[in-house]
Design a protein around this ligand. Structure first.
Ligand code: ATP
Length: 653
């Protein structure tokens, strides 16, 4: 298989393959990588206006902090003034040095500092939100670029949760690193300088020791708690994926009456969450208590030192309250920084998961200089194609065939023979292990995927629709189609009359995954959107579910209309629909065992002839059953049990 190129933004973690589950590590290397990945979004080269915002926000940040450490001075002067002590206030004119004036000034300074802080936050909000949007967008694009294999192995609920938490993580980092940690560090430095200059090194030592011990304890305790938080996250994801999976299978749960079992399964995951979440809270209690003790020791020491100096007359009463006020003020962000550190670590972990997702290597990738596919006639060739989903189990074992331009080839064979795999390979959802597939002579592995997929239309076995209107779903084939074109396509797909008969017509909502429409209706919507797409190559993956004869005829005539003049590959389950194919390929266990026209294959008396006979028997049984039902409805014959051969044949084919 070809090795795709890594993504450019993270060469190291890009070594992960599409199918590997990215591991979340809490080491500092990973943290550094995550921050480095985030940097271009916080300082975006393409948005000078946002860069200017960052600069202005930083300016207000410094201003606010200078003011914050200045505020306790007014408090000190006011106290001294009240105490009748003008020592150190000689430089202030008497009128301004009055206690009341100083108290007012103290409060004004506080308000102005709060104002600057808010200005800083407001300026920064846009930068943070821009990063959130860009990253969420890129992750979404990446989700669609990853291979089918990746999506089959991951759970949608889990993925959406990673994106949700990742974007929240960015907000956390922005809010707490830039708007909190950096200012707190600045405040600590300013406080240390003030203490050093005014009261001497012992005070600086006490403050520094307190802050260091406090930070050390916080970091250690938080690291311990991160493991607990991770367990909480994992169980949260697990409970969420279980709930989504269960709700997606709403009908199946009802069919089997397994509501209680589902609720039980969900509850078991929630029990894990409950215990992890409880541990998270109790550990938080210990952390907060420890922080409180350390700070009280530091503050107590500084206040005792000051109290003794006041008693000795070397400090004023104002100095005593100043020291207390400055430390109390520092305790607010410090108290917060424990929480901030935990949030930052958590945010980093969540973001790491998202960046890991972003750097998962795309299994199927375009060559750097891949040209678009140039479709002339639409001839398809499979040349000795080999393929396995997983090592050790080959699904296609050297398949070669050709669909000449405008012709139709049908692939038939028992269930699990590899028929749908052939269509997945043609769409290049996977790269072949050996051999090649060409369209008009161009190897599909070396043309652009978007051009390849634009050239092929598919009517899939199971049509899943978007939870939107019928018109929206049909227009999905060509988003710029006019209403008239949508209507025309619906007419050709023989579904227009049905749509018109609905009270809301084309504006009818189809429900989640299109569940409000029947299988036959959904398939005709799929045919209509393929008609709108009008591709030169068509893949018809026939519905396995038995449709009633009338619907089947409608669908068949719609399909033959679409496939006229188009190179058509039909994956057939019901042989009656492909008798006119130019060539029928019979596949068994990944190998072509027979090929030819319907007549030739019947004459050959091999697997195809056998399958044909079995299906005839099955349809006869079906016919008998139908007649019996009709008679039953008329009250003539008693209802009989369903004919067994039908079920047997379905399972075998
Ligand atoms: P059916 O008629 O029942 O739709 P099919 O002939 O279309 O069957 P495929 O869907 O091509 O069969 O599957 C061929 C084999 O590959 C099956 O045995 C299936 O279990 C296996 N297979 C299909 N998809 C995957 C996958 N994503 N990973 C691993 N094995 C897979």
């Amino acid at each position: 298989m070809r090795r795709p190129r890594p993504l450019d933004h993270d060469p190291e973690s890009a070594a992960l393959s599409d199918t590997q589950q990215p591991a979340v590590s809490g080491d500092s290397g990973a943290t550094f990588r995550t921050l480095r990945n985030l940097w271009p979004y916080m300082w975006p080269a393409e948005r000078p206006d946002l860069r200017a915002r960052v600069l202005w926000a930083s300016f207000y940040l410094v201003l606010a902090k200078l003011l914050t450490v200045g505020v306790p001075y007014f408090y000190k002067w006011a106290t001294d003034a009240l105490d009748g002590d003008r020592q150190g206030l000689e430089w202030l004119p008497l009128v301004l040095a009055g206690a009341i004036t100083l108290v007012v000034a103290y409060n004004v300074a506080r308000v102005v500092s709060v104002g600057f802080n808010q200005l800083r936050d407001a300026l920064f909000a846009r930068v943070g939100q821009y990063a959130v949007r860009r990253l969420a967008y890129q992750t979404f694009v990446q989700m669609h670029a990853l291979s089918l294999r990746f999506h089959l192995e991951r759970r949608t609920g889990g993925l959406s949760r990673i994106i949700e938490r990742g974007t929240k993580g960015i907000e956390t980092i922005v809010r707490f690193t830039i708007l909190n940690s950096v200012p707190t560090l600045l405040e600590f430095l300013l406080t240390a300088i003030i203490f050093g200059v005014t009261y001497g090194t012992y005070y600086v030592l006490v403050v520094a020791l307190t802050v260091v011990a406090y930070s050390w304890f916080t970091v250690k305790a938080s690291d311990w708690r991160i493991g607990i938080r991770r367990e909480m996250n994992d169980s949260d994801t697990e409970a969420n994926t279980k709930a989504i999976d269960s709700l997606l299978n709403f009908e199946t749960v009802k069919y089997f009456g397994n509501e209680l079992m589902e609720a039980d399964r969900f509850d078991r995951s929630m029990a894990r969450y409950e215990s992890a979440a409880t541990k998270t809270w109790t550990s938080l209690g210990w952390l907060n208590f420890g922080q409180g003790v350390i700070f009280a020791l530091g503050m107590g020491a500084a206040m005792v030192m000051s109290a003794r100096e006041v008693q000795a007359g070397t400090q004023t009463l104002g100095d005593f309250v100043f020291i207390n006020a400055l430390l109390m003020q520092l305790s607010i962000p410090l108290n917060f920084i424990g929480f901030v550190y935990r949030e930052i670590r958590q945010g980093l972990t969540d973001m790491e998961e998202m960046f890991n997702l972003l750097s998962v290597r795309r299994e199927v990738q375009d060559d750097a200089d891949a040209p678009p596919l140039a479709v002339a006639t639409g001839a398809i060739r499979f040349e000795d194609v080999r393929f396995s989903y997983d090592e050790g189990r080959e699904i296609l074992k050297g398949i070669s065939f050709e669909v000449p331009p405008g012709r139709s080839v049908a692939i038939v064979g028992p269930s699990g023979a590899g028929k749908s795999t052939i269509s997945r390979l043609l769409f290049r959802f996977y790269d072949v292990s050996a051999g090649r597939i060409t369209i008009d002579g161009q190897d599909i592995a070396h043309v652009r995927q978007d051009s390849l997929r634009a050239a092929i239309g598919i009517v899939p076995q199971d049509t899943v629709l978007f939870n939107d209107t019928i018109a929206y779903n049909i227009r999905y084939g060509r988003v710029d189609a006019t209403d008239a074109e949508v209507r025309r396509a619906a007419e050709l797909a023989q579904i227009h009359h049905f749509i018109e008969s609905l009270p809301e017509g084309y504006d009818t909502m189809v429900g989640e995954r299109g569940l409000k429409l029947s299988g036959g209706e959904k398939q005709r919507v799929a045919i209509a959107r393929t008609i709108l797409k009008a591709p030169p190559i068509l893949v018809l993956d026939e519905a396995t579910s038995a449709l009633d004869t009338h619907t089947e005829q409608d669908i068949q005539s719609a399909l033959s209309l679409v496939s006229q003049e188009r190179t058509t590959l039909t994956i057939a389950h019901r042989l009656s629909t492909i008798v006119d194919a130019d060539e029928i390929i019979v596949l068994r266990s990944g190998q072509i065992v027979e090929r030819g026209t319907h007549r030739a294959l019947l004459a050959q008396g091999g697997l195809y002839a056998e399958m044909w006979t079995m299906q005839r028997e099955a349809s006869e049984a079906e016919e008998t059953l139908r007649r019996a039902r009709e008679a039953d409805a008329l009250g003539v014959v008693e209802r009989r049990a369903p004919a067994d051969p039908l079920e047997r044949t379905r399972q075998e084919l």
